[in-house]
Design a protein. Structure first.
Length: 306
């Protein structure tokens, strides 16, 4: 279990860098999303071919892996647009509603149902998110396109988690990643062409940032996260990813000089507490059984005679 947890932490660290790189504004959100996937695919392809790690799954799981690629590409695209058209705070808050959608989807479609500690942890973590951004901010949300795209980002993210969990039970991680990245690259490439985005003329700094996104935020982070998803509950991983908000805030303070208030620190502690709750073992049936055993082993004391 320690290996899965280490992979989860590595993945969260990797994706926490992404909002910082997007906020630098060297390219548009759509261009950033495309090159994140395309460069990752170009780097991973020769590695997989050289190591002969690729395994063709059945046609059904090829289709599901392609679907995962389109879902993930759509998630990154709408999230980036939401950041551009509103604020990183609003976009991050809305997309981080994804654990709720994952929990509902897991309850409806997966055999491994969310446990009680997941729902408790979700409520506590979301309370932490609200504390970080402030209740006044929640009341002032504008229900515009950026709001819709933020919600859509979380929905796409949650469907991706649920589908990828099933696919990773039947495919190795590198094969899944390669098909996933290919589909994302094609999907995002078409979106960029439709939007007539500039895919060529960028500065040296922009190309460096795009390459960093591909290597750190996609390859390293999602190889680690897909390993965690393959070994852990999708609900637990999705909720743990809320820790990205805390790390991103810290990196924004460190690299972009964005202030961190006392309220944000309190909210971060609440959010991390919610995540921690999901890792506390809780099994109602086993608890009841152990209680019955303890009661059974208690011998009643009889009064002494004479």
């Amino acid at each position: 279990m320690q290996r899965e947890k280490l992979a989860l932490v590595t993945g969260i660290l990797g994706i926490s860098v992404f909002p910082i790189l997007v906020k630098m504004g060297y390219t548009s959100g759509l261009v950033s999303a495309f090159y994140r996937m395309f460069f990752a695919f170009i780097i991973l392809l020769p590695i997989v071919l050289f190591t002969k790690a690729f395994r063709w799954p059945s046609l059904k799981f090829i289709f599901l892996a392609l679907l995962c690629g389109a879902l993930f590409g759509a998630d990154v695209a709408v999230w980036n647009i939401a950041i551009e058209e509103s604020t990183a705070t609003q976009a991050t808050l809305l997309t981080n509603l994804s654990p709720i959608w994952v929990g509902i989807g897991a309850f409806l479609f997966l055999a491994d149902k969310p446990r009680t500690n997941f729902w408790i942890g979700t409520v506590v973590a979301l309370l932490g998110m609200v504390t970080i951004v402030g209740f006044k901010f929640i009341l002032n949300l504008e229900f515009d396109r950026a709001f819709l795209f933020g919600i859509l980002s979380g929905v796409f993210y949650s469907i991706y988690f649920l589908v990828s969990k099933r696919v990773l039970d039947h495919m190795n991680i590198t094969s899944f990643m390669l098909i996933n990245l290919a589909a994302s690259s094609v999907f995002l490439g078409i979106l960029n062409l439709i939007a007539q985005e500039n895919l060529i003329n960028h500065s040296a700094q922009a190309w460096f940032v795009l390459l960093t996104q591909a290597v750190v935020c996609q390859l390293i982070a999602w190889l680690a996260l897909n390993y965690a998803v393959s070994k852990m509950r999708a609900t637990r991983v999705s909720l743990a990813l809320l820790g990205q908000a805390v790390l991103t805030a810290f990196l924004a303070w460190l690299l972009l000089n964005e202030p961190i208030s006392f309220q944000m620190l309190i909210g971060s502690l609440i959010l991390l507490s919610g995540i921690a709750i999901t890792f506390i073992p809780f099994n109602k049936s086993s608890w009841s059984l152990s209680r019955k055993i303890r009661v059974k082993n208690i011998k009643p004391k009889l009064p002494k005679m004479g």
